[in-house]
Write a protein that binds this ligand. Structure first.
Ligand code: FE2
Ligand code: FE2
Length: 223
């Protein structure tokens, strides 16, 4: 399979595209919150669907290795993926609308690893709600996924970890609400009997049906 002129194997396809799909569905689940805070839920869902496209440039090692095995060069490649993703999309003139809006889809992708305390990849602390929500659901999906170098984390711990840098940003009550919602989205994940049957995608798409106001945009990366 080729994506944006870059050949990808099945493994990368799962690690990037399925994760992006899951993240988009999770982001849509918070569309009411984004709208309430004067954001644009369409932008965040689309940004989520494309947010890790910069990882297409990664060598396989970065998908397999535990963090303590990575070199400085590897880390630079990891830190570059939000900016690389925007570059790839711009090169392909994927959709001119991605540049429109404040924040634009490109802005949200660029900011998806930033934290309000300024300790994210690019040390930017002034982040829009779209990027904050994408960051949270991104961490959550990564934590509950099995990876070659780690087991899936229980939902309770993943939800706590996902919101941990956002208490000041959203306030204590809202942060707890977000954490609670994350847990509710995946009610079966912790049950060992259901573990093999569980499909993030299926459950996530069941959830999306409950969302009235938003449709997942059709993008080229849909699997
Ligand atoms: Fe990322
Ligand atoms: Fe991600």
């Amino acid at each position: 399979m080729e994506l944006f002129g870059i050949k990808i194997n099945k493994f990368k396809q799962e690690q990037i595209i399925e994760h992006c799909q899951n993240t988009a569905v999770l982001a849509a689940y918070f569309s009411d919150l984004i709208e309430f805070r004067h954001g644009d839920p369409n932008h965040v869902v689309l940004a989520a669907k494309l947010h890790d496209i910069g990882k297409l440039k990664w060598k396989d090692k970065l998908f397999f290795s535990p963090y303590n095995m990575l070199t400085k060069k590897d880390w630079n490649q990891i830190y570059a993926h939000p900016a690389d993703g925007v570059k790839i999309l711009k090169n392909y003139s994927f959709n001119k609308n991605y540049n429109i809006g404040n924040p634009s889809v490109y802005d949200i992708i660029y900011l998806h690893h930033e934290r309000p305390n300024g300790k994210g990849y690019y040390r930017i602390s002034d982040i829009p709600i779209e990027a904050a929500i994408l960051h949270i659901v991104d961490i959550f999906d990564a934590c509950i996924a099995n990876r070659p170098y780690k087991d899936a984390m229980p939902v309770n711990i993943a939800a706590k970890q996902a919101v941990e840098h956002f208490t000041d940003y959203f306030g204590k009550k809202l942060t707890e609400g977000i954490e609670q919602r994350l847990k509710q989205i995946y009610p079966f994940r912790d049950n060992p009997i259901d573990k093999n049957l569980f499909s993030v995608k299926n459950v996530a798409f069941m959830e999306i049906k409950a969302i009235q106001n938003i449709k997942l945009p059709d993008g080229k990366i849909s699997s």
